[in-house]
Design a protein around this ligand. Sequence first.
Ligand SMILES: C[S@@+](CC[C@H](N)C(=O)[O-])C[C@H]1O[C@@H](n2cnc3c(N)ncnc32)[C@H](O)[C@@H]1O
Length: 423
Amino acid sequence: SYPKPDQQPLVSGNDLLDLQLPMAGGGVTSQPDEEQAPELHVDSSVGDASKAPEIHSNFPGGEAEELGRWSYEPVCTDYFDVLKGPLCVFTNSSFSNGRGISIFTTPTIAAEFAALLPFQDPTALSSRGINPPSETDRPWQTKSIPGKGIGMLAKHQLQRGDLVAAYTPYLLAHMENLLSTTDRERYLRIAIEQLPEPSKAHYLSLATIYGDLNVVMQDVVKANAFEMQVGGQMHLAVFPESSRINHACAPNSQYHLDPTMLTHYVYAARAISPNEEITIAYAPPLSLFAERQDYLLSTFHFQCSCSRCQHGLAGDKAVSDILALQWALGNWDVNSTASVRKAEMLVRLYKEEGLEAFIDTAYGHAAFTYNAVGSPRGAKKYAKLAAEAAVLKYGHAAPGLETWNELMHDPERHSSWRRRKDG
Ligand SMILES: C[S@@+](CC[C@H](N)C(=O)[O-])C[C@H]1O[C@@H](n2cnc3c(N)ncnc32)[C@H](O)[C@@H]1O
């Protein structure tokens, strides 16, 4: 069956700050949860800094060669039983031609980071077009947008599938709830201070939610971080260039993260005109108007006035129609009302609602539905589209690719073949 397409939410569900900051607010940004993909069912308060513990280095081992790949001796917290180690700041200033990277994590996980290709091969990122150094190599520029702060605009025409941005983070921070806000701020400050000067200044120029200088390092994380899992542990990552991409409920772009390359990719999900704003979804696209508004207001402190939100409650009809169609198409019981007409309607609704960034779900349902009524032509067509859409959304390790391949090349062998009598 086609595995669940969890969408990487923009910044994530960690409650850094939330437990301890005296302000109201939601969690660190989280990428919108994706609607379940088709599945074939056969049967502290911000305290006085003087009270913060002395920061000391207790990096286990500490041998020169062990430290060699980090530009500074790691600065560590006390040992945490639950982590089986301390949390330390690891900085590599020469990472990606002097862009730099700081990681706040355990020494064990830091060793896993250090084993990744971008740390091992200095050309691994540049040879793949990641972190392009020159502005002329970028298809985007930034501009102040009324009511939204800074935004990212297309410099020229882009087509669906075109790469918009591919960048590594300046900061990766273990998603823990062990430190007080004050202590965490001290370590994150060291992480940012140790970056090369332009990167540090770039980090500090990014948007914040609260605007409280006492917690500015975490505030930037809250407004800009995405979740990235490395070493079996979720980390929050700040990708400064892509951080300028504002939200829309019908976004023209989609992003995914590749933890092996430590890279955040953004692709055009539909045609984008020159000077059009590039947008991604911070909120789950198939949630209702009020739910999206609540989420964006509580988590990011802004009121969304995007095209879908301007339709307000009227747009909810399309959401419930989409959900109802997906439910019907995912029902494999004998009494199912699934049909190719419904599958085509689902694809059309995704396009009409501007949800091309999430259309893999609709294409997947259509591929199964055509195959289930014994139409290999329709199954192949939609399996190909589902595969392309899944790669755009998840990258080359997208879930379900094997299924789409099988349906593309040998639909009759797939368990959905002729599973429904008529369409
Ligand atoms: C990741 S940043 C995006 C870039 C940001 N505009 C900047 O100036 O750097 C997230 C913040 O941008 C603003 N933002 C993003 N999308 C928005 C939208 N659709 N309408 C209004 N503000 C938005 C909010 O202040 C949000 O907390």
